[in-house]
Design a protein around this ligand. Structure first.
Ligand SMILES: C[S@@+](CC[C@H](N)C(=O)[O-])C[C@H]1O[C@@H](n2cnc3c(N)ncnc32)[C@H](O)[C@@H]1O
Length: 181
């Protein structure tokens, strides 16, 4: 009986996860994928993170990218934002297993409605649909000189300070765009 209940719960969880990701894909086009180590390392080089800086990953997924940044610069403050409950659970577990909860935290919700004006560095890997709206938000909020690295999708109306080809295998994470606001 307990086994049957467990299986039912597992199926409900799987259906909810698929529903949530499909909904995100249809609405925003930014499903729960994780940047490769190669892509994250190139992004870190472009961002040039310094101790005590506030580093955001908008749409952080399981926070793997921020945790990788933290390996190289342990003394910065890392903030991930994600609206998917599954990403939030994965991120919390990941932060816990890395014993990183002193300077890596996750904020739950839509990053479009969370103020990020204290950011020094921002990493995003989203979708072409979100980029124009995100650009308007960042243009209003960010202080001068904030560095933003976008994976795969550029801001249409802004010339990047640098473009890097990552040589990452697979379909995604091929190109990084650095913007200095
Ligand atoms: C392609 S994944 C990137 C994950 C992570 N940044 C990485 O590079 O490994 C995109 C993530 O953005 C999240 N996302 C999309 N739109 C969002 C929004 N408006 N607010 C918060 N999270 C969002 C999705 O839930 C998904 O986890």
């Amino acid at each position: 009986m307990a086994y049957l209940l467990f299986q039912i719960l597992l199926i409900v969880f799987a259906v909810l996860a698929i529903y949530w990701e499909l909904q995100l894909f249809v609405c925003d086009g930014a499903p729960f994928l994780v940047s490769s180590n190669e892509t994250s390392d190139h992004a870190q080089t472009l961002l040039d993170i310094k101790p005590n800086e506030n580093v955001y990953d908008l749409g952080c997924g399981n926070c793997a990218t921020l945790l990788r940044f933290r390996n190289k610069v342990p003394k910065a403050n890392y903030i991930g934002i994600d609206q998917s409950p599954f990403a939030q659970i994965a991120a919390k577990l990941n932060i816990f297993t890395h014993k990183a909860n002193k300077n890596v935290r996750i904020e739950k919700g839509d990053f479009m409605s969370i103020n990020v004006s204290n950011a020094d560095k921002i990493y995003v890997w989203l979708s072409p649909v979100i980029m124009p709206k995100l650009y308007t938000k960042l243009k209003k909020e960010l202080k001068q000189g904030t560095k933003v690295v976008s994976c795969d999708f550029p801001f249409e109306n802004e010339i990047p300070a640098k473009i890097v080809e990552t040589n990452s295998k697979g379909m995604f994470g091929k190109r990084l765009y650095l913007y200095i606001f």
